[in-house]
Design a binder for this molecule. Structure first.
Ligand SMILES: [Zn+2]
Length: 304
């Protein structure tokens, strides 16, 4: 069988089609690379393929359209069966976006616009048996826009989903998601990431701020150095939200690279988690930045 995918992702499509035929498709998958529309298209195609009737017979067909590659009358072999078939009742519904067993979730588009409420509703829904199809599909588009809280709420379901559940996440690259989410999903790259210039610029800015801040928090020369490191975040809550994961990655990297640095780096990560929670609860930005700077001072004092 062949999976209808964006053309540039044909290699991934082949692997996935083989997995569907062998019934070995992972329960949780992450589509990365390429562009946002291609990732969404592929994730939706894979979701639809799984609930298509043609997927249920392991690609063997019903016997009247496929003769094991041997044509009865010497005519050309039938083309491999396409998934989704676009003709079965499931395909007709999923094409219109009204299949009860396939849900598409996405945030409002902006950073951290994909909220925990959507994940909570999905979690509840996932434990209810499918209505019509053999499987239940959840496509989480642009998972990098999920808040950390929303990603955390997803963990248990990703780890132990009911047998019939399939979760497909999409994101430009795995670094934009919590490592705990990435480690629980099988990643499939759809090819070279096509980031908009704006996205790339933003990512570079976030990385730069995170690196400066991680160094200042870990070994603040003066409290002023800490204030200076937090200055780019003033007046921009979204930027602070995006910086937290990058900052934690920097500190985690320091802990791994230098074991002696681990206790302090981990204590800082711990402190950051608290601030992240406060941010989710809409705490005052200036207050958060002050607390952030104080984390560094606290780490320094604890060393003495
Ligand atoms: Zn179908």
């Amino acid at each position: 069988m062949t999976l209808t995918f964006p053309p540039e992702a044909s290699q991934t499509a082949k692997r996935l089609a083989a997995m569907i035929a062998a019934d070995t498709l992972p329960h949780a998958m992450l589509f990365t690379g390429s562009g946002a529309p291609q990732r969404k298209e592929a994730a939706v195609a894979l979701g639809r393929a799984q609930i298509c009737e043609a997927a249920g017979d392991g690609g063997q067909g019903t016997g009247d359209e496929d003769y094991g590659g041997v044509s009865l009358f010497g005519a050309a072999q039938p083309a491999p069966r396409a998934l989704p078939c676009e003709t079965c009742p499931h395909c007709r519904k999923s094409a219109q976006g009204i299949h009860p067993d396939m849900k598409l979730l996405e945030g409002g588009g902006g950073a951290r616009s994909f909220h925990i409420d959507a994940v909570r509703a999905m979690r509840q829904d996932a434990y209810i048996l499918p209505n019509e199809a053999r499987r239940k599909i959840y496509v989480l588009v642009n998972a990098q826009t999920m808040t950390a809280e929303a990603q955390n709420a997803l963990l248990k379901l990703l780890e132990e989903p009911p047998d019939y559940v399939s979760i497909i996440l999409t994101a430009p690259n795995p670094r934009l998601l919590l490592p705990t989410v990435v480690s629980r999903a099988a990643e499939f790259s759809l090819g070279e990431a096509v980031e908009s210039a704006e996205d790339a610029q933003r990512e570079a800015t976030v990385r730069q701020i995170a690196q400066t801040l991680a160094a200042a928090l870990y070994a603040p020369k003066t409290p002023y150095a800490l204030l200076e490191a937090t200055a780019p975040l003033e007046g921009d809550k979204d930027l602070l939200r995006e910086t937290f994961p990058a900052l934690k990655r920097c500190l985690h990297g320091m802990a791994v690279k230098t074991p002696a640095a681990a206790p302090r780096a981990l204590a800082l990560i711990d402190g950051l988690a608290e601030l992240e929670l406060a941010l989710e609860r809409n705490a005052n930005l200036n207050l958060l930045l002050t607390r952030l700077a104080l984390l560094g001072v606290g780490a320094r004092d604890a060393e003495r």
